[in-house]
Design a protein around this ligand. Structure first.
Ligand code: TRP
Ligand code: SF4
Length: 371
């Protein structure tokens, strides 16, 4: 049975178990021994099972430990404000950069124009001032990272897009994506070129590339892998590796998204506004304090706990202690939320301080498209 994923629709909750079964994504945890053997530290999101799946990451890790060139690439559609969902991808880029991977960041302005229909000037401003600036403020090294707008990337990148279009049929595309429009077909080939072009000598010849994404982006990875094979005889491309992460929920337990600002924490939210949003979040608490003391809370159903787990508490032992306090009913949701809110406010104050100079740097390191 087929299970189509539309990467452009408001993502529904994906069934991660089925993804592993139906699409041949491998469980991430089977790679832990390889990381240990090679002496490579796991990232926070890898240790906590947030990164739950991969394709071919073992090939990249082996190449890395042989001292070969390796790269990580991802893209952001500059169509809204940068929030904690985006931060998770940022953290992964920073993790790979510190290991020594070359980092590429695509600003998907072609995609935002085609599928979100935003004005060009707005897309460009958001790309630089929201996405690139926040990435830099979070710790991505601006001088070592290649940030580019899709519509600016140059001839060999566009040559791939043209040649890809001769390598698949419309029914194959529909089997991957479901209903398509010309804009979506273009966006799909453009994203395939984002993923594959860094293998070309013109862009550094990085043959071992990993793409960290949310599971809703897997159709693009499947397309890029097929295209890499089918380009044999034209240009030599290896299929990209990828990792898949679960998405942090919004404050009401549904999706975190720029289009749902009350349930989404943006990295530029005034800290006191972010505190108020968090204090109203859905928890895994019980209906009465008495019940919670007796039965304990349910951290796995709690959005506040997910914020601790994805972002606020880097230390594993501290996170374990918070889980235990919750599950044994030693803490109630009120004080637990206030602690999370204090951590959040402190993080935002510090981040927003760094953001001031990061915006200047972002303007300097990214070339805006001329129209
Ligand atoms: N389509 C992605 C999104 O909706 C953005 C994107 C563009 C991307 N190019 C990419 C993601 C390459 C990963 C790799 O956010
Ligand atoms: Fe969530 Fe904290 Fe309440 Fe536990 S005590 S359910 S972690 S808010």
């Amino acid at each position: 049975m087929s299970l189509k994923i539309d990467p452009w629709s408001a993502p529904k909750t994906l069934d991660y178990e089925r993804l592993l079964k139906v699409f041949g994504i491998r469980p991430f945890k089977e790679l832990i021994p390889l990381f240990t053997e090679k002496g490579i530290p796991l990232s926070l999101h890898m240790r906590r099972g947030i990164i739950f799946g991969h394709r071919d990451l073992d090939r990249i890790i082996n190449a890395y430990s042989r001292g070969e060139k390796v790269a990580v690439l991802t893209g952001f559609m500059p169509s809204g404000r940068f929030h904690f969902g985006h931060k998770m991808t940022a953290d992964q880029l920073i993790y790979y950069q510190r290991l020594g991977f070359k980092v590429f960041v695509a600003l998907a302005d072609a995609e935002a124009f085609a599928v979100r229909r935003l004005p060009r000037s707005e897309i460009v401003r958001i790309g630089i001032e929201e996405y690139v600036a926040n990435l830099i403020a979070l710790g991505l090294d601006a001088e070592k990272t290649v940030f580019y707008f899709q519509t600016n990337r140059g001839t060999p990148y566009y040559r791939l897009i043209q040649l890809f279009s001769g390598k698949v049929t419309m029914s194959e595309m529909e089997a991957i994506y479901g209903d398509l429009t010309p804009g979506k077909v273009m966006a799909a080939f453009t994203q395939a070129s984002d993923i594959l072009h860094v293998e070309l000598p013109e862009y550094g010849g990085y043959k071992h590339v990993v793409v960290p994404v949310g599971a809703d982006q897997d159709p693009h990875l499947r397309l890029a892998r097929d295209l890499a094979d089918r380009m044999k005889g034209v240009v030599d491309l290896l299929p990209p590796a990828s990792t898949y992460h679960t998405l942090i929920p919004g404050l009401d337990g549904a999706k975190m998204s720029s289009s749902r600002p009350d349930y989404t924490i943006f990295l530029t939210d005034p800290p006191e506004l972010a505190r108020r949003k968090l204090m109203a979040a859905l928890t895994g608490g019980r209906p009465t304090a008495e019940e919670q003391r007796r039965l304990g809370g349910m951290p796995d159903k709690c959005v506040v706990f997910q914020l601790y787990r994805y972002h606020l508490v880097p230390d594993d032992e501290t996170l374990r202690a918070i889980r235990e306090e919750c599950e044994t009913g030693r803490i109630l949701c009120g004080p637990c939320k206030r602690r999370a809110a204090d951590m959040l406010v402190e993080f935002l104050r510090d981040h927003q301080e760094k953001l001031k100079s990061a915006v200047e740097v972002a303007r300097r390191v990214v070339e805006p498209p001329s129209f």
